[in-house]
Every structure is written in C-alpha cells, then in structure tokens.
Design a protein around this ligand. Structure first.
Ligand code: SF4
Ligand code: SF4
Ligand code: SF4
Length: 251
C-alpha cells in the first residue's frame, strides 16, 4: 500500500515546498511508493487524513495556526518539521524582538483586525518526529526522510557542523585565515557547504548543529571585530528562538 502524504504550510515563504517540487526527476519513482493526499501548492485534490507522513512547513504565528497544527498532528503517524520556519520559527521569528503591535503596524496598513502570537517552531505545540533543518532544506535530505519512512527506519540526518563538509571540499577557512564572520562552526551541516565553496561566509541558515559551542563562537566573532549588536543579529537571523541560541539572541 502506498504511503499517504500530506504537505502543509503555515507562516513561511513557501521556499521549502519549492525545494520539494524540485524532486521532479525522482517523482515518477516516488509516486509508485507514495500518494500525495494533500498538497495545496501542487494539486487541487485535497483529501483529509489520516496521513502516514505529514511535512509541515512554516512557523506558528496566529491562534488559528495553533489549532490547525494540532489537528494535523492528530491525523499523522509521522510528522516532520520542514525547514527552519517550522523547526525554530526561522526568519519570521525575528519579529519576536519587537512588540506584536509594532510588527503588525509595519506589515499591515490596517492592523486592527490582525490576531498574531509570538512566532514559534511547530514543536512548541505538537510532537515533532524529525527535523529537516535548512532555509530551505536540501532536496537530498528531504528524500532521505521519504526513504526512511517508507522503510520504517530513522532517517540519517547530519548532526555535525558545516565546517566538516567545508573541510571535505578542502576550502581555505574564511574564519581563521581571512577573519570573516563565518557561522559554519555552530551551524548544522546538510547543505554541502555551498556558501564557503564559493568563497562566501556561512550565514547559519541550517540553524544550530547538535551541541554547538556558542560561547566560543561569540568569542571568535568578537576577536575578528564584530560588535555585540552584530553578533546578536547573527544569532537571531535564522534560529534565534532555538535553545542553544536564545541566550545570545537575547530573548
Ligand atoms: S525555511 Fe526558509 S525557505 Fe523554508 S519557508 Fe521558511 S523562509 Fe522559506
Ligand atoms: S570557512 Fe566557515 S564553514 Fe568552512 S571551515 Fe571555516 S568556519 Fe567552517
Ligand atoms: S553554508 Fe551556511 S548559509 Fe550557506 S547554505 Fe549552508 S548552512 Fe546555509
């Protein structure tokens, strides 16, 4: 029997779903094994659960989102947070560092009828089985989760830092050699170090690696000349709400 899959969106730019759509090459094979029951971006056929696998994109930012994500959880055997917005609140969570009213006034011409909450990843409200980090997560990692759920095993998602991938490409280190503010040492791998590979610093878009040495990273950023404000912004950018970064992001 085919795996029943639902893809859902909350507060997000939809970039993670676009990455999912990029699997067009693998799609014919995948469609032998899975059936997309609900995926509003890809099909007008929207069927209710139960789902074997729910991929949930986006942060939770309104009272309605909270109820909806709970309802999805009840209908889903395996629930995956797809991308940083769903994992930690991601980019939308930068509004947590101002008042709700200030954020609403900046975004909406008539904010009077808006009801929003502080922005969180979905595990603030429901149990998450697997986290697909990244803004967006790389397609290979998404397919790894599909494979694992089809086989009934745990997916092998990388826990080490971007530096490990960067070193495998034998890049010169932008942080230690060129004194550039690369977040690679505390950032989760999985992207293939695509930024350092082209001479750009890692901005931390995969969020924290497992057990990052945040204190040491802060010291190193200070040593190369970043101000405290710049360091705070570095940690807020993608995952300021994550446990390891909260203290530096000053929540
Ligand atoms: S994680 Fe990034 S790419 Fe995915 S929806 Fe959020 S902002 Fe967009
Ligand atoms: S360039 Fe960045 S990611 Fe690569 S090794 Fe240096 S600190 Fe790590
Ligand atoms: S190198 Fe860093 S910023 Fe670039 S894609 Fe990878 S995790 Fe994101």
């Amino acid at each position: 029997m085919k795996l029943k899959v639902g893809v859902f969106k909350f507060t997000s730019c939809s970039g993670c779903q676009v990455e999912l759509i990029r699997m067009n090459e693998q799609l014919p094979e995948l469609l032998n094994l899975v059936e997309f029951k609900y995926w509003a971006m890809a099909s007008s056929k929207l069927e209710d659960g139960p789902y074997d696998l729910a991929l949930v994109e986006g942060a939770i930012s309104t009272p309605e989102c909270i109820e909806e994500v709970k309802a999805i959880r009840e209908k889903s055997r395996v629930l995956v947070a797809l991308g940083d917005c769903a994992v930690t609140g991601g980019v939308p969570s930068i509004r947590n560092w101002m008042s709700q009213r200030e954020a609403e006034t900046i975004v909406y011409p008539k904010p009077g009828y808006i009801r929003s909450t502080r922005v969180y990843g979905i595990d603030e409200y429901v149990k998450v089985d697997y986290y697909l980090k990244g803004c967006p997560p790389r397609l290979e990692n998404i397919l790894q989760v599909f494979k694992a759920v089809i086989l009934g095993v745990k997916p092998r998602l990388r826990q080490h830092s971007v530096c490990v991938e960067c070193k495998l490409y034998e890049n010169e280190c932008l942080l230690t050699t060129y004194k550039q503010p690369c977040m690679g040492p505390v950032t989760a791998a999985g992207c293939g170090a695509i930024c350092p590979n082209v001479g750009r610093v890692c901005e931390g878009c995969y969020g924290p690696m497992s057990d990052p040495n945040v204190a040491s990273m802060v010291e190193r950023l200070r040593e190369i000349g970043l101000s405290d404000d710049e360091i705070v912004r570095k940690f807020r950018k993608y995952a300021g709400m994550s446990k390891p970064y909260r203290e530096v992001a000053k929540l």
